[in-house]
Design a protein. Structure first.
Length: 278
């Protein structure tokens, strides 16, 4: 298994636990972080054995967001002329794709959040399917407090995860969104007393998901993501194309037999994804 600089990865059956391991930096998102996170999740997906994952972090805070070292190489973020602005646009797209990689893996990813979830960490949390947090957790769209617009996913995903008026309030003011309010709004799925309980709770949900037919779960994730971005009519059209390809009578028989026997059904893992030819 690959050794990562910013993450530790452990497996429990078909559940991967990905931990940000830089508490001394409040898990700030360094250049190494940005290089590793899409590669890590794609590697887990391509192996085929992961059916659900939990993303957590060590230390007091989930993540302080973008590390200042990312801005140190100002040349890649310059806007002095047209060429520089075009380069900026492509650099920004690369950052956005780092979290889109999490949204696009076949398995659900669950965020377990404690303490501060700040700036880029909110972008990261919005890319996850589910979010659980400790009662001391809080979210902050920090970018507006330093004179810029959030640009790696929060503006694009969060308006569809909480009411628009609340989204505007948080994005315009940079005020903190506390854990209890986040749960009431539906942004957070559940609250726990502390970080350890949050991780344990998230892992328990991941194990429950991993016990379901993986292809059915993957198709459900894809369908929900598609429906979020399209009309009801378009979603039905897409479902009518998707369902014939993923409908598996054998998985259905296994699930029904397991329910009747009161025992967990045994499903086949995802097929590994081969690297591109050539």
């Amino acid at each position: 298994m690959t050794t990562w600089t910013c993450f530790d990865v452990t497996m429990d059956g078909a559940v991967a636990h990905v931990r940000m391991n830089q508490p001394q930096r409040h898990n700030a998102m360094t250049p190494a972080f940005w290089a590793e996170i899409p590669q890590l999740f794609r590697q887990l997906d391509e192996a085929g054995g992961v059916r659900a994952a939990v993303l957590s972090s060590d230390g007091r805070h989930f993540s302080a967001g973008m590390d200042l070292s990312v801005f140190a190489n100002a040349g890649t973020l310059g806007t002095v002329d047209v060429a520089a602005r075009e380069r900026f646009r492509h650099q920004l797209k690369k950052l956005q794709l780092c979290f889109t990689a999490i949204a696009e893996v076949r398995f659900p990813v669950i965020a377990a959040i404690q303490g501060g979830c700040i700036g880029g960490a909110v972008d990261l949390a919005t890319a996850c399917c589910l979010r659980y947090c400790s009662r001391d957790a809080w979210f902050c769209i920090q970018e507006i407090n330093i004179g810029m617009m959030a640009d790696v996913g929060t503006m694009n995903r969060m308006p569809k995860q909480i009411p628009e008026a609340v989204m505007r309030e948080l994005a315009y003011t940079g005020d903190r969104l506390g854990a209890e309010r986040a749960e009431r709004l539906g942004f957070v799925n559940g609250l726990f007393d502390d970080a350890a309980a949050t991780v344990a709770g998230a892992l328990a949900v991941a194990q429950k998901i991993a016990a379901r037919a993986p292809v059915a779960v993957a198709a459900t994730k894809e369908m929900i993501n598609y429906t979020r971005d399209h009309s009801v009519a378009e979603s039905f059209t897409y479902m009518n194309a998707l369902q014939p390809g993923v409908f598996d009578p054998e998985d259905i028989a296994r699930a029904v037999a397991g329910q009747k026997a009161g025992t967990p059904a045994v499903f086949t893992d995802f097929a590994p994804i081969a690297p591109p030819l050539g």
